[in-house]
Write a protein that binds this ligand. Structure first.
Ligand SMILES: [Zn+2]
Length: 323
């Protein structure tokens, strides 16, 4: 006798009933880039459909996201000045605190997550402070990251998201938040972040390509699996509320592993290279952008991600509504 799994695929109704994984706009986090100025909405060439926003246009964009069912944004600041100590990263009047205040003023129910890292603020483009001989000084960086997180918390951020990959930064940020009476501000840790070529377009967006060396002394080797688990467990021990895996598509096995081994919500970052590849191929007419986008996001969710940071957030939400 033939066993017939096809019986359950016979009609659109049956297929819809039996779908095991579903995407929803509420699972998407929209990453956004904020710059100084007014009325700015400057396209980012390497990421078609993405922009540098000034605070006023950013708030407008976020209200559109909200109308599309997106509940959360992740902010990246691009400062006017960079220096060796990343001074603008932890200034209370910095670009990210300004943006957080404006969002919370107009859209208080939006969950605001802020990226915490020094690379957009240092003149050398590394995620931490550099020693005179060009090494990245882990422990000297921790204090600055904690101050950066604190400046975001003071402005009203719900979560800070350290992406720097310094050892001990989750504990340092948690301690600073607690000490300054922000026990409810959470930490979404980029616990598992690989030294990936998929970040290429993002570096144009934030103008943060390292001026010397590379990030391999702090970001992880794409070949490593056990190390991913070690990093995730360490960040949980240090007090992370959610853990992130970045990038997503080339690391679906890692997302699955972290999902099975850890109890916290798992966030996956569908990074700029994953986004821009689809945009470029679609522009050439080589593939169906909407279908590819939804299939990619579905694969990330199926692998075990609870939440997906994605530049497709707005488009995917619209596509899901029309489905
Ligand atoms: Zn960085």
């Amino acid at each position: 006798m033939i066993i017939r799994p096809r019986r359950l695929r016979q009609s659109a109704g049956l297929r819809a009933m039996l779908q095991e994984t579903r995407l929803a706009p509420r699972n998407f986090i929209s990453p956004l880039f904020v710059v100084s100025g007014k009325g700015v909405k400057e396209p980012i060439a390497a990421m078609p459909g993405q922009y540098h926003f000034s605070v006023d246009t950013l708030v407008k964009e976020i209200s559109e996201l909200k109308q599309n069912g997106i509940l959360s944004v992740l902010l990246f600041g691009i400062p006017d000045q960079k220096d060796a100590k990343a001074s603008r990263a932890y200034a209370d009047d910095g670009i990210v605190p300004q943006a957080v205040k404006a969002i919370k003023d107009k859209l208080p129910e939006m969950t605001v997550i802020t990226d915490v890292c020094l690379c957009a603020y240092t003149d050398h483009g590394h995620c931490g402070v550099a020693t005179p001989d060009g090494r990245i000084d882990n422990d000297a960086t921790l204090d600055l990251l904690a101050r950066q997180a604190l400046s975001h918390a003071k402005a009203g951020a719900d979560f800070t998201a350290p992406s720097d990959m310094m050892d001990g930064r989750v504990a340092a940020i948690r301690a600073a938040l607690n000490q300054h009476h922000f026990p409810d501000v959470g930490i979404i840790s980029y616990a598992v972040k690989y030294a990936s070529a998929f970040y290429g377009p993002f570096r144009e967006a934030t103008d943060c390509a390292p001026q010397f060396g590379d990030r391999k002394t702090y970001q992880m080797d794409p070949a490593n699996t056990r190390e991913a688990l070690k990093e995730a467990l360490l960040d949980i021990e240090e007090g992370a509320d959610m853990i992130m895996v970045k990038p997503a598509l080339a690391y679906l096995d890692i997302i699955s592993l972290v999902r099975v081994e850890c109890l916290l919500p798992v966030v996956a970052y569908n990074v700029s290279g994953e986004y821009s590849m689809v945009k470029a191929a679609a522009e050439k007419g080589w593939l169906d952008e909407t279908k590819i986008m939804l299939e990619m996001l579905l694969s990330i969710k199926r692998a075990g991600a609870d939440l997906i940071v994605t530049y497709f957030a707005k488009e995917a939400a619209a596509a899901l509504r029309d489905e």
